[in-house]
Design a binder for this molecule. Structure first.
Ligand code: FAD
Length: 831
């Protein structure tokens, strides 16, 4: 029989009462448990304090000297005591939160975050972690538990530090939503993350993720429970995103009770402050901002940088990879002296830095930039009076199948260097392919070889370092070979093969093992922002600027790798993405943005790179460029000691000078060698920029002491040789031309080595016969008169003597192998 409705009501009422009773019981049990836990915890605290004190006394050796075994044991006791203490503190805190009636106060979340960050800075520094802090310039007030919230935020940031990998980044962002009336706090790390299956348990008491327990022994398993409890008590919400191996992001939302502009010192009435906005924060951008600040202390200056790091030593990235620079902060504090350059700009220079923020549009009409905060994807705008574009360059991405596989990297910024280091150190990648034998490819090949990798450079063209002439590049190739770097020229990678990570690089005729690949096929200017804003892009593909580095919009300047420069010899715009130019241009753009009218001169295209302990440099034009430019070039090759040869440590530098045949104007220089190259190339650059000729170089009055130079100076010696050639005293051929003749047309020429027999026997170029200089006059009849003669010696000086003797004897077609054996890049017979 079914029950009547009144019976059912009565039953429900009875059940409700029973439930209430049970709830009361449970509440009482909870309170008892809580009380019990609190009393026990308190009871445990006092003996623990005394153990702690005693352990400290022992460790500080007040009770006598300890040997290392005793030290280890006592340190272990200290560690366990600290863990126990932390656990008890956490239990107490959690129980307090559960049992006490919350007392709410007005709490400024931005303020708490700043304090927590300050408190945890030392911990972050121990792991060489960087904080990326994004706090608004407002006070964001919620109503909640002051100490609880402080504890929760502390736990959040501390966890992020604890579970980050060394040298990682911890991001802390506070934002607000005026409509939703909420404050959001995001703490993001890129550390070990939480396994998928364990995510839902992470807020439970005593729970620690399995990988967290392995990674970091200390931890009570209460931290997350406390955070959750506090947030809920404060009427907030907490959300977790995490991926094992990729890190964790925790978002806390709290009610926004009020937002107040941060107090700033009261300002006296002033004229309008100039607003200078700089886009790009590596070399040209920070230089421009700093210069503008020096000239205009009142200006409001902001640097936008879409990456995390700024003002770092980009040109030293390979030194970090090779290990010459030991710590990441050697790169990041190199320019400003501050481990965190953003802090330097904000605090010392009074320049606002917005990193991890991308400028996505320039609104020229309303003179403002639109930007996106890459942390929270918020889009905002900022007005400018003057805008400086320093958006730099981007590595070119070749179209190759498999290019997206893991362990295929580019090298442009600190993050890239970290990834490459990770592959080398953590994954023990040893077989490395460097795609492209340009400046960066060769530098990285050096760094990776020093790090213990086996490196192959795959180069599409028939030479590496295209800024050099082929015979000079061949000297570098020989040197790379000596150092164990394989160079494959006229080769292309057509596919990268692998499973998630690269394993092989497939060339047309072979397959190479590849555990790590660096793509270094060139840099292109980053001009999309400028192009979209209607700024003129030059023929080189970079932003076109006038001599004041002004774009076609007079309020927008551009500097660095995104602009083209005026080439002093070509006398036309030229694209040369170099740190030297970027810094100089940044300074000029900063001056002009602050109201000066400073000119940026022209560039001579001076490049210098280190290839192991060999130095490679070029200024002006190479011979190919000179021919393309219609200069009718004449060149010479001179290997000279960088100091008196009797000085220990004296080294040879191979010099190539190029002049214009008619005007004798010096238009190019290239130097390769282990000796002092830098000062010589800088001298040549100075002469070229000043439009000097070969005589101007010869007339230089240079400092001399045997330790620093030879009496004439290596560059002046080379200039004299070039002058002889320009005057028609001799003619020469390059090593590459000679090599071709020996291999393809040997019978049509006579090749003579005029060094003494003992030198010839020791070392010689295959194909050259020996007629020592002192016997040449007597043996002249042995030399066929119907063939051109090529003479050589060690460096060219004795070959020149030989040429004069042969001409004296009626030989008309005699040429010197320029640079002699010292600049011969190919195989030589050695006995
Ligand atoms: P970049 O360094 O490219 O910086 C531009 C910055 O702008 C980037 O960080 C980018 O994130 C940011 N950006 C771009 N667009 C936006 C946007 N819309 N919003 C916000 N931010 C944006 N040069 C030398 O002279 N000598 C050397 O020995 C040398 N060695 C080098 C070695 C290596 C491995 C590399 C990679 C380069 C080397 N260079 C060298 C070149 C030198 O580093 C660059 O010329 C120099 O960094 C250029 O500076 P930049 O400020 O113009 O541009």
């Amino acid at each position: 029989m079914s029950k009547s409705s009144s019976e059912i009501d009565r039953e429900i009422e009875k059940l409700r009462q029973e439930l209430q009773e049970k709830e009361k019981e449970i509440d009482q049990l909870r309170r008892d448990r809580s009380e019990y836990l609190r009393i026990s915890a308190h009871q445990l605290k006092s003996p623990l304090a005394s153990i702690s004190f005693s352990v400290d006394t022992l460790l500080k050796e007040y009770a006598g000297r300890l040997n290392w075994k005793q030290l280890r044991i006592i340190e272990a006791i200290k560690h366990s005591t600290e863990s126990l203490n932390a656990l008890i503190t956490d239990i107490l805190e959690l129980e307090r939160l559960k049992s006490e009636k919350p007392e709410f106060e007005y709490v400024n979340i931005v303020d708490i975050c700043s304090k927590v960050i300050d408190d945890l800075k030392a911990k972050a520094q121990e792991k060489e972690l960087s904080f990326n802090i994004n706090l608004p310039a407002k006070q964001l007030i919620t109503k909640g538990l002051r100490f609880g919230l402080r504890q929760a935020i502390y736990n959040l940031v501390e966890n992020a530090i604890k579970y980050s990998h060394p040298r990682g980044i911890v991001e802390i962002t506070v934002g607000y939503d005026e409509v939703e009336k909420s404050i959001s706090l995001i703490v993001r790390d890129y550390g070990i993350g939480i396994p998928e299956k364990e995510k839902e348990k992470i807020f439970e008491e005593f729970y620690r993720a399995s990988n967290a327990r392995k990674y970091e022994k200390s931890g009570t398993g209460f931290g997350m429970a406390i955070i959750k409890r506090v947030v809920e008590l404060c009427n907030g919400e907490i959300a977790l995103w995490s991926k094992e191996g990729e890190g964790t992001k925790i978002t806390v939302k709290l009610p926004l009770v009020k937002d107040v502009e941060s107090e700033k010192p009261s300002k006296k009435k002033e004229g309008k402050k100039r607003k200078i906005v700089v886009v790009g924060g590596v070399a040209a951008g920070p230089k421009a901002a700093s210069r503008a600040r020096r000239l205009d202390p009142e200006a409001e200056i902001t640097i936008f940088e879409k990456g995390y790091f700024l003002a770092y030593a980009g040109c030293a990235l390979t030194f970090y990879i090779s290990g010459l620079l030991k710590r990441r902060r050697d790169l990041t504090q190199a320019i400003t002296g501050y481990p965190d350059p953003a802090e330097f700009f904000r605090k010392v220079k009074k320049i606002d830095v917005k990193n991890l923020t991308e400028v996505i549009k320039i609104d020229r009409k309303n003179k403002k930039v639109i930007y996106r905060d890459l942390m929270n994807q918020g889009v905002r705008s900022m007005p400018y009076d003057v805008l400086i574009l320093a958006t730099g360059g981007t590595p070119i991405v070749p179209e190759i199948r498999g290019i997206d596989l893991g362990n295929i990297f580019y090298l442009r910024g600190v993050d890239d260097a970290e990834r490459i280091k990770h592959a080398l150190i953590n994954e023990m990648a040893r077989e490395v392919i460097v795609l492209g034998g340009g400046l960066i490819g060769v530098e990285i090949a050096d760094a990776l070889t020093v790090s213990g990798a086996r490196v192959t450079i795959v180069e599409k063209k028939n030479q590496i370092l295209p800024f050099l002439d082929p015979e000079m590049a061949a000297l570098v190739e020989k040197y790379l070979d000596l150092k164990g770097v394989r160079v494959l020229k006229n080769q292309e990678v057509i596919e990268f093969e692998g499973d998630k990570k690269v394993k092989f690089a497939k060339l047309r005729d072979r397959k190479l093992p590849a555990e790590l690949v660096i793509i270094a096929v060139g840099i292109k200017p980053n001009v999309e922002l400028a192009r979209e804003a209607g700024l003129t892009i030059g023929e080189t593909g970079a932003i076109s600027v006038n001599q004041y580095l002004q774009t076609n919009d007079p309020d927008i300047y551009a500097a660095g790798d995104c602009v083209e420069s005026w080439h002093a010899v070509f006398e036309k715009p030229f694209y040369l993405p170099l740190g030297s130019i970027a810094n100089r241009q940044g300074r000029v753009a900063g001056s002009n943005a602050a109201g000066l009218k400073q000119r940026f001169g022209s560039v001579s295209g001076t490049i210098i790179i280190k290839v192991f302990d060999c130095h490679v440099a070029k200024t002006g034009l190479n011979e190919r460029e000179a021919k393309e430019g219609g200069f009718d070039p004449v060149s010479c090759h001179v290997p000279e000691y960088d100091r008196e040869r009797f000085i220990p440590g004296a080294e040879i530098i191979s010099i190539k000078l190029i002049a214009c045949k008619k005007s004798k104007r010096l238009i190019g220089a290239q130097i390769v060698g282990r000796g002092e190259v830098a000062k010589r190339i800088d001298l040549a650059s100075t002469i070229i920029l000043k439009r000097g000729n070969v005589n101007d170089l010869i007339d230089l009055d240079l400092g001399y002491a045997p330790y620093y130079s030879n009496a004439m100076g290596a560059l002046v010696v080379a200039a004299n040789v070039l002058q002889n050639k320009l005057n028609g005293y001799f003619d020469g051929i390059t090593s590459i031309e000679a090599y071709k003749l020996i291999n393809e047309e040997k019978d049509k020429y006579t090749f003579i080595d005029v060094r003494p027999t003992y030198e010839y026997n020791q070392e010689r170029i295959p194909g050259f016969d020996s007629i020592p200089l002192e016997t040449l006059r007597d043996r002249v009849d042995e030399i066929p008169r119907n063939k051109p003669v090529i003479v050589t010696c060690e460096s060219g000086a004795r070959a020149y003597q030989a040429l004069l003797i042969l001409k004296e004897h009626g030989f008309e077609n005699v040429k010197i192998l320029e640079g002699g054996l010292r600049m011969w890049p190919y195989f030589m017979i050695r006995e």
